[in-house]
Design a protein around this ligand. Structure first.
Ligand code: PMP
Length: 298
């Protein structure tokens, strides 16, 4: 079956995710005119659900869309999708598309915006082997879409640059990619932010990237541990001369990188700061400040 087992919410109903449908005339499908967010459930609890809903609502507002559901309803719908799916480790997505307009009008203001959500099994950017030995990445020959064109703070489906970055990586025998911005600095990769560690300090790109919630979590963990973490320009040279590199995503958490373009990062082994942050990250999944426990039926 091409679909993972899971539950979707659509038009007021909870249905198997394989039955959720979207019109071919929806602006979301035709023009990537949509915003979304993904949050994960780990061992039966959402991680930073409020932060994900808040980022989603801000994207909806910036795109001048109107949700047919309020924030409390979204929270309830996401809880219900997970509870009905039975997944204790889940990947949960909420989406708002521009929708369709009568008579296929080209005026986006005439479209009725749509909301849908689903919960499927948890997935990671890096597979088990890659998590054990670190990802082997490339710096792609593709430039990330500039922030003046598509606001990267809005989580969006403009992924063609990221997808072509992945193909560039595969062509070079690598596993995933980082894209450069128009100035030649590092931006982000297909579904993740990046951190470089040198001499015990962290650095992560600030402009032209999604303000990832895993990225924010790393910065907060660093503040709590007294580790220096800076947001700012990250040059290719700086990245290539790092002691450690890791990427961050809701899909996988903190994931080590041990090779760039065939060259080892630092010692070529997963570094101690990456290990320590990864451990703290999963530790925060037991912290009541950040989790919302799902009530499963039966
Ligand atoms: N950048 C992009 C382009 C993404 O799609 C994502 C993940 N969805 C991220 C970064 C990481 O964000 P987060 O930590 O909130 O999952």
């Amino acid at each position: 079956h091409p679909y993972p087992v899971g539950i979707a919410f659509q038009d007021g109903q909870y249905i198997p995710v394989s039955e959720a449908k979207i019109s071919v005339l929806d602006y979301g499908f035709l023009h990537s005119d949509a915003t979304y967010d993904t949050v994960h459930v780990w061992d039966g609890a959402f991680f930073r659900l409020d932060d994900h809903i808040e980022r989603f609502l801000s994207g909806v507002e910036r795109l001048r869309m109107e949700l047919p559901v309020n924030p409390e309803e979204i929270r309830q719908i996401l809880h219900n999708c997970v509870a009905l799916s039975g997944h204790r480790r889940a990947y949960v997505e909420m989406v708002c598309t521009r929708g369709t307009a009568a008579n296929f009008s080209r005026d986006p203001r005439e479209a009725t915006n749509r909301f849908l959500a689903f919960a499927v099994p948890y997935g990671s950017v890096a597979n088990d082997e890659q998590l054990r030995r670190g990802l082997h990445i490339t710096i792609a020959d593709i430039t990330r879409i500039p922030p003046g064109s598509v606001d990267p703070k809005i989580k969006n489906y403009h992924w063609l640059d990221l997808i072509m970055g992945l193909y560039d990586a595969y062509d070079k025998g690598r596993e995933t990619a980082l894209l450069l911005d128009a100035d030649g600095n590092i931006s982000e990769g297909p579904g993740f932010n990046v951190f470089a560690v040198r001499d015990g300090s962290l650095s992560t790109p600030a402009r032209g990237v999604l303000p990832g919630i895993t990225r924010r979590t790393v910065i907060e963990i660093c503040a709590a541990k007294g580790i220096n973490a800076q947001e700012g320009n990250l040059s290719q040279e700086r990245l290539r001369s790092s002691d450690e590199i890791f990427v961050t995503s809701t899909a996988g958490g903190i994931m080590p990188v041990t090779q760039i373009d065939g060259q080892p990062v630092g010692s070529g082994k997963i570094g101690p700061i990456t290990d320590c942050l990864k451990c703290a990250y999963w530790g925060w999944h037991k912290d009541s400040r950040f989790i919302d426990i799902v009530s499963y039926p039966g």
